[in-house]
Design a protein around this ligand. Structure first.
Ligand SMILES: Nc1ncnc2c1ncn2[C@@H]1O[C@H](COP(=O)(O)OP(=O)(O)O)[C@@H](O)[C@H]1O
Ligand SMILES: [Mg+2]
Length: 671
């Protein structure tokens, strides 16, 4: 029978019993939240010395703080001496429930293990060995993120049992040979446990099975490691070597840490993975420059006044709207706060030129904000083009079909996808050219020509095709198969490809990839592409975003509804919190592999369609408050975000972007 209360926690139901403890679902009135309470049996803490040690261990476990470890909120003792600890209630299933429904794909396994390995490695670095790695101890939250639980609990229970004269315990199916023999255990026992768990995830079966726990333990000590390729022949052969290394009988031969194991698995699942660069984080750099900037405030204010006057005069002389003149002054003032080197150069150039040249006779053109001259966007079924401050708005295309993937091509034309066709439109003459058209039953996801105009990447029916950009060649193609059989085409289907972006150099692609079968998070894959050899060398994945670099909030659907890339190392992306594709806005730096939420409007939600300006100093984004129908477009200097600045939206006529539009703005580099 369940108790009514444990400590202050009101017991609602029993969740289950493991080796020794009982876990309850309970309510914590102090924090008004659901928790899980794990109560250990009274026999476990029989004497005072042991109790003190026990509590110390529990506290150490409770000190583990990692995004993939079930947090322990509280530890306590009942009046009858029973110890309990209180953890986050995990609303999802356990990994063993998942495995019961069938083996997982290699990709899903690699993604899950990457997250769990980082948790395990963190604990190991704090000197805590888990000792009971198994699928029952991997619990999911309601959005299918895995967490490790029960760190060190096995040690407590083992110690208690030996103190009371009982035998060793653990979970024989996952127990390392040294643990089964009662030897001293270190972090490498967890590597073994993880190897066994990976075997089970990939095959749906445990590597050693027998009738009694005792004979399972003996098999771990004596029997050769089973060949995983026999249980699952379609796995790449490297996986066998991974299992053999992780489950080596001699712990000296195992992976030295969980990260190495996860890397090997990632390589087998996704191709080569780059190691983290040691260079300074962009966020630290930003911090330093802000401090520097404060010292110069007086200096900047003086310059600002001067520049507003000069830029205003300049704007008038070129009949540019004053709004962009104000932006110009911001460009100058932000010189010291910039996180990007290129900003500093451009901004300095603005400052010197503006002051050096007489106001009436400006001969050298000053780069416009962000080096952009036009913004194109979709509203309803129409395509519009305007100046960056919202002036000069014109409609350039309408017909009754939705349009997507709007972007400017290398030759200055605007490309969009409509009715499964990619079209290029000349915004001056309004002439339209059909670049390629596919049958209605195959979805064209993206069509991106390389910056040099020589190659095109086409994503159709979740496959990636790279071929020379030749409209004549594409005229006869109307199915994915038609593309595949072109001699010049490089065809890839190892991931479920969706939208694509090229790097500036054309040697890398960023692709949005849909969730794999069970891990419900979209990812952006950064891929190295060897164009001249693309028929023999497939794209090599070098990074995943968010990967394990950052987590979307719990309210997120983990769908990335739009992303942009400066073509170098900086990404902007938003997830979906609302079902219309608006969510939190994130920045990610692939150089230092760090990402964070930026939500530029006072930290509020929700955004979509953020874009870098051509020079990477400004960002454009679409914002809609939770309780509002109004969609606003902002074009602001990146370094103006989060400095307590009030950001001003681009002024658009009232009837624009008031419904649930997907504007997908595209910024044209200054011509
Ligand atoms: N934090 C938690 N939230 C929800 N359920 C939990 C939590 N911790 C454990 N459980 C569930 O309670 C049951 C018993 O857990 P436990 O005593 O750790 O045994 P084992 O790990 O051997 O399954 C399991 O079904 C487990 O899924
Ligand atoms: Mg458990």
């Amino acid at each position: 029978m369940s108790p009514d209360k444990v400590g202050r926690y009101k017991i609602k139901s029993e969740l289950g019993r493991g080796g020794m403890a009982t876990v309850y679902r309970a309510y914590d009135p102090s924090f008004d939240r659901e928790v899980a309470v794990k109560v250990l049996p009274r026999e476990m803490v029989h004497n005072l010395i042991f109790r003190v040690r026990f509590k110390r261990e529990l506290k150490m476990i409770a000190s583990l703080e990692h995004p993939a470890i079930v947090p322990v909120y509280d530890v306590g003792e009942e009046s009858d001496g029973r110890q309990y600890f209180v953890m986050r209630y995990m609303g999802g299933e356990s990994l063993s429930d998942w495995i019961k429904r069938g083996a997982l794909s290699l990709q899903d396994t690699a993604i899950l293990i990457e997250r769990l390995a980082s948790a395990l490695d963190y604990a190991h670095q704090k000197g805590i060995v888990h000792r009971d790695i198994k699928p029952d101890n991997v619990l999911f939250d309601d959005t299918n993120h895995p967490y490790l639980t029960d760190f060190g609990i096995a040690k407590l229970t083992e110690a208690a049992i030996s103190a009371t004269g009982g035998g060793t315990m653990g979970t024989p199916a996952y127990v390392s040979p040294e643990q089964a023999q009662g030897a001293n255990v270190d972090s490498r026992a967890d590597i073994y446990g993880m190897g066994v768990m990976i075997y089970e995830m990939l095959t749906g079966k445990k590597p050693y099975d027998a009738d009694s726990p005792m004979s399972v333990a003996v098999r771990h000590i004596t029997e050769p490691i089973p060949d995983i390729l026999q249980a699952k022949p379609d796995l790449p052969i490297e996986v066998d070597a991974i299992i053999r290394t992780a489950m080596a009988k001699d712990r000296e031969e195992r992976y030295p840490n969980a990260i190495e194991l996860s890397r090997a698995l990632n390589r087998a699942a996704f191709g080569d993975d780059r190691t983290t660069s040691a260079s300074a984080s962009m966020f630290n750099t930003r911090q330093n420059t802000i401090t520097q900037a404060r010292r110069r405030v007086g200096f900047i204010v003086t310059w600002m006044i001067l520049l507003v006057v000069l830029a205003g005069a300049f704007a008038l002389s070129r009949q540019l709207p004053v709004a962009s003149a104000v932006n110009l002054t911001r460009t100058a003032t932000a010189t010291q706060t910039s996180v990007l080197e290129s900003t500093a150069t451009v901004a300095t150039a603005v400052a010197t030129e503006t002051t050096a040249i007489p106001t009436e006779e400006i001969s050298t053109p000053i780069p416009p904000p962000g080096n952009a001259d036009k913004i194109a966007f979709v509203s309803g079924n129409g395509i519009y083009v305007m100046n960056v401050d919202g002036s000069g708005l014109i409609q350039i295309r309408t017909e009754n079909s939705s349009k997507s993937n709007l972007h400017w091509m290398f030759d200055g034309r605007l490309v969009y996808i409509s009715r499964n066709c990619a079209n290029a439109i000349d915004v001056e003459t309004r002439s339209i050219e059909e670049l390629v058209c596919f049958d209605a039953n195959e979805t064209l996801e993206d069509f991106r020509v390389l910056p040099d105009g020589k190659w095109v990447a086409i994503s159709i029916q979740r496959t990636l095709n790279i071929l020379p950009f030749d409209v004549e060649l594409l005229k006869d193609v109307d199915t994915r198969f038609g593309l595949t059989i072109l001699r010049e085409n490089c065809f890839y289907n190892q991931y479920a490809f969706r939208d694509l972006l090229w790097s500036k150099s054309g040697t890398q692609l960023a692709a949005r990839v849909v969730d794999t079968e069970r891990v419900s998070s979209d990812q952006i894959f950064l891929l190295n592409v060897d164009l001249p050899n693309c028929d023999t060398i497939g794209p090599v994945r070098i990074d995943r975003i968010p990967g394990s670099h950052f987590d979307f909030d719990s309210a997120s659907t983990k769908r990335i509804t739009s992303f942009d890339w400066n073509g170098d190392n900086l990404f902007l992306l938003n997830d979906a919190i609302r079902n219309d594709g608006f969510g939190d806005l994130y920045i990610y730096d692939s150089k230092v592999r760090e990402g964070r939420k930026i939500n530029p409007i006072d930290g509020m939600c929700c955004y979509r369609d953020a874009r870098w300006s051509p020079d990477g100093t400004y960002i454009l984004f679409v914002f809609q408050k939770f309780d509002s129908n109004v969609i606003e477009l902002y074009y602001v200097k990146y370094s103006d975000i989060q400095d307590g600045n009030t950001l001003i939206p681009v002024a658009l006529p009232g009837e624009f972007l008031t419904q649930r539009d997907k504007p997908q703005p595209a910024i044209r580099p200054a011509q």
